[in-house]
Design a protein around this ligand. Structure first.
Ligand code: ADP
Length: 253
């Protein structure tokens, strides 16, 4: 099943003479349980594409479906449910530098109004998942770049989303740490979360676990490749999005 579908999506920033198309007629789908990469140089439209999946931006044209819902026709009240199902690691969502990994992850759950005990359990689970000690007293500013990136991934995972989006998760990391982060993302995918990574780093394409590459240039899709094809009957990939998502209406958010 396709968990993300773009159909002829065009997105333009600015108005009048300042209008600039960030995506032009882009169509693709990502299957549930995929480990997909959006590859392209800076300015190709990768971050815009991720923001559209989160309904942080609206397309001028075309449709975007996430878990079989047209996300730009969701009621405003349903947007938080979408965002709970889509964890995101963006370059500009910085960690709180004076807070520990546990505090950084827990804060993201507290804002969802979760009980304190559940917050601690989930945060510890997410930090274990990225192979960090949940009880380290070290603040984020004392962690290495790779460790900070792991905390950011744990924070995005703590809500147990169906989809994890990561914008340049290996930016500023050396080839060894790049590989470690990719192995970690592959492990997250193996546990059933669909992973979509945006990067300009060709090293990422060498990772054996990738199932799909979406290549963008100047806002256009230049190639789309699947390798190897996902097994439709793979029983290890659970059906993930919760059934408690309020019904969408035709109202525009
Ligand atoms: P990438 O992530 O591949 O570097 P982006 O999606 O950030 O690409 O940007 C695609 C294009 O849209 C670029 O030309 C960029 O300058 C432009 N752009 C991105 N965000 C904005 C914005 N908030 N306002 C105006 N233009 C933007």
């Amino acid at each position: 099943m396709a968990i993300i579908e773009f159909c002829d999506v065009t997105m333009t920033y600015g108005r009048g003479r300042k209008r600039a198309a960030a995506l032009r007629g882009v169509s693709f789908s990502v299957q549930e349980g995929a480990f997909a990469v959006i590859m392209g140089p800076s300015g190709a439209g990768k971050s815009t594409l991720l923001k559209l999946v989160l309904a942080m931006e609206r397309p001028d044209h075309g449709t975007i479906r996430v878990a079989d819902r047209d996300i730009h026709r969701l009621r405003k009240g349903s947007i938080p449910y979408l965002r709970r199902n889509v964890g995101a690691v963006f370059q500009d969502f910085k960690l709180l530098q004076d807070a520990t990994p546990m505090e950084n992850v827990a804060l993201a759950l507290q804002v969802l109004g979760m009980p304190r005990r559940e917050v601690r359990e989930r945060a510890a689970r997410a930090l274990h998942q990225v192979e960090l000690d949940p009880f380290t007293p070290r603040p984020a500013r004392c962690l290495s770049g790779g460790e900070q990136q792991r905390v950011a991934i744990a924070r995005a995972l703590a809500g147990e989303p169906a989809i994890l989006l990561a914008d340049e998760p290996t930016g500023n990391l050396d080839p060894r740490l790049t590989r470690e982060i990719l192995d970690l993302l592959a492990g997250i995918r193996d546990r059933g979360t669909t992973v979509l990574v945006a990067t300009h780093d060709p090293l990422v394409l060498d990772h054996a676990s990738l199932t799909q590459t979406i290549h963008l240039e100047h806002g256009r899709l230049v190639t789309l490749s699947l390798s190897p094809p996902l097994d439709e009957d793979d029983e290890d990939i659970p059906a993930i999005l919760p059934a408690v998502w309020p019904e969408a209406t035709g109202a525009v958010a």
